[in-house]
Design a protein around this ligand. Structure first.
Ligand code: FES
Length: 271
């Protein structure tokens, strides 16, 4: 006789959520009891259920950002029990499941806290500062022509693997939210390294790192003081070693721009 699977053990939690009507409004924590929680629900599904209840009662649903719900887009950013993306490791909020919590838990949910990420509403922050950094140099504009045969530009395996690791960054902002300095250097390091490790990224390598770091500073992010909170909460496990690579690239680019020959001295040729 085949044994029946036991029914899922449903449980109850209390969500203690930061509610803030708008960017200039004052906020406060509000408790929302949730019963009948299935351990296989995702955290965002629980927020959906709570919001359904609020809507039926004529209340204002909790504003939270989400898009892909599979750890790709980086929009579901919020802080859960004091940790960006919650108690899991190497996952975004949308990949967090209720089985990570116990019956009776009070779960504190807040927006990401960083001056450069102003709160829009409830759990939604404006993280367009990351977009501005990306727009400052996180691209390749050199003409690469028609797609060449993959074997015509050889890339060492180690470089390809490292570039791939850096390219995994989804720009969620957890690194800055976790850092006591609200530093965005892990994000910038990932973007700079991803392109800087590829042959196609070399022509603009120096101007890229200078422009991205300048934009990062202008946005109000702090500097890295080697706390490594950033890589500890990164949903893509991006290593803080990339920050050392960023610093080396920035140092080299700064020197090269300081000693760049003038067009007269260089005979008008390209620098
Ligand atoms: S909703 Fe896209 S990463 Fe979470």
């Amino acid at each position: 006789m085949v044994a029946q699977k036991s029914a899922k053990q449903l449980f109850s939690v209390t969500l203690r959520v930061w509610r803030q009507a708008g960017p200039d409004a004052s906020g406060q924590f509000v408790d929302y009891p949730a019963t009948g929680v299935n351990p296989d629900m995702s955290f965002l599904e629980l927020l959906d259920v709570v919001n359904d209840g609020l809507t039926v009662q004529g209340g204002e649903p909790i504003a939270f950002a989400h898009d892909c719900r599979e750890g790709i887009c980086g929009t579901c950013s919020c802080t859960i029990n004091g940790k960006p993306h919650g108690p899991g490791h190497g996952i975004a909020t949308c990949q967090l499941y209720m089985r990570s919590f116990a019956d009776g838990d009070v779960i504190v949910v807040e927006p990401f806290r960083a001056r450069a990420f102003p709160i829009q509403k409830d759990l939604v922050t404006d993280r367009s500062a990351f977009d501005r950094i990306q727009q400052a140099g996180g691209f390749i504009s050199v003409r690469t022509g028609a797609a060449p045969d993959a074997n015509s530009i050889l890339v060492p395996k180690a470089d390809a693997d490292l570039a791939m690791d850096a390219a995994a960054c989804i720009g969620c902002g957890a690194c800055a939210a976790a850092c006591k300095n609200a530093s965005a250097m892990l994000f910038v390091a990932a973007k700079v390294s991803h392109l800087g490790l590829m042959p196609q990224g070399q022509p603009e390598r120096n101007q890229r790192v200078l422009a991205m770091v300048q934009t990062m500073d202008e946005a109000g992010f702090g500097n890295c003081t080697n706390q490594y909170e950033c890589s500890a909460v990164c949903p893509k496990n991006i290593s803080h070693d990339f920050i050392a690579r960023l610093n080396r690239d920035f140092f080299t680019a700064t020197l090269r721009s300081a000693f760049k020959p003038t067009s007269a001295a260089s005979g008008g040729g390209a620098g």
